[in-house]
Design a protein around this ligand. Structure first.
Ligand SMILES: [Zn+2]
Ligand SMILES: [Zn+2]
Length: 263
């Protein structure tokens, strides 16, 4: 966690500190919706740690085969796998302690947490715990996710303004530039107005490359030229073949291309 927010014992505000949208029920320090998100993060953590075991075993196997430091060194990801497990376990153990539950190995401690959600959602540091879970899950995902998934531009970080990419349906992301934890439904809601004002100066082929990179959807120069010709996008002409493209419209058209392909 980058920022630790001291939580007052007597909460003067009654809005959920995580989503900053919903009201808090009596005795809760996070809202019901975020409590469900908490449960999903616990389930996710269990899945990630299970897969992590395979990664760690691979590490052990490679180490035993004994190529020495030389052959082990390039596997940076494996080196950190065991550390990551230790870190996750420390977080789980910390939550158990505050909640008055026995800690220990994650295989036993995690189901215990899952069975005591209402207690967890009433702890003074519940928001910090949830943030810790989201962050460790984000890091674990990078180690345990074996099939890379399509990340799309979802909006703009409301702290630093960097573009935020995420897998469809994901709830949380950590900003790649400023490390802020971002609640993606809010980022998506704000995206329209934030991105609406943004333009990119490109040639049509430059715009195709740009939007392909931002959306992960294959867009060609011909697509972009078709959009201009048919009036589906308004991109004022500048000098030397450059045009000013509205970012949001480019993304919408790319996504409609993918949707029409799917049908
Ligand atoms: Zn909430
Ligand atoms: Zn940021």
């Amino acid at each position: 966690m980058t920022a630790h927010h001291p939580t007052p014992i007597n909460t003067t505000h009654h809005t959920c500190p995580i989503c900053t949208a919903n009201a808090l029920a009596d005795g809760m320090t996070i809202c019901r919706q975020c409590m469900h998100a908490y449960a999903r993060q616990l389930t996710l953590l269990r899945q990630h740690l299970t897969v992590l075991q395979l990664v760690i075993r691979r590490e052990v196997h490679l180490r035993e085969r004994g190529g020495g430091r030389g052959s082990f060194a390039p596997l940076g990801i494996d080196v950190s796998a065991a550390d990551l497990e230790t870190e996750a376990e420390r977080l789980i153990d910390g939550i158990c302690t505050v909640a008055g539950l026995p800690g220990g190995r994650w295989q036993r401690a995690l189901p215990r947490l899952g069975a005591n959600l209402h207690t967890l959602a009433g702890l003074p540091d519940a928001a910090d715990h949830l943030e810790g879970l989201i962050r460790i899950n984000g890091r674990l995902e990078r180690v345990t996710d074996r099939r890379p998934r399509l990340r799309r531009l979802v909006g703009v970080c409301d702290v630093c303004g960097a573009m935020v990419h995420a897998v469809q349906g994901e709830e949380w992301a950590v900003c790649g530039r400023c490390d802020s934890l971002l609640h993606l439904p809010s980022v998506r809601r704000a995206a329209r107005t934030r991105l609406d004002a943004l333009h990119t100066t490109q040639t049509p082929s430059g715009a195709a490359v740009w939007v392909s990179r931002e959306t992960g959807i294959d867009v060609t120069r011909d697509d972009v030229n078709n959009w201009i010709r048919s009036g589906r996008i308004t991109a004022p002409r500048l000098e030397n073949g450059y045009r000013e493209f509205p970012i949001l419209r480019l993304i919408e058209l790319a996504e409609s291309k993918m949707d029409s392909k799917r049908e």
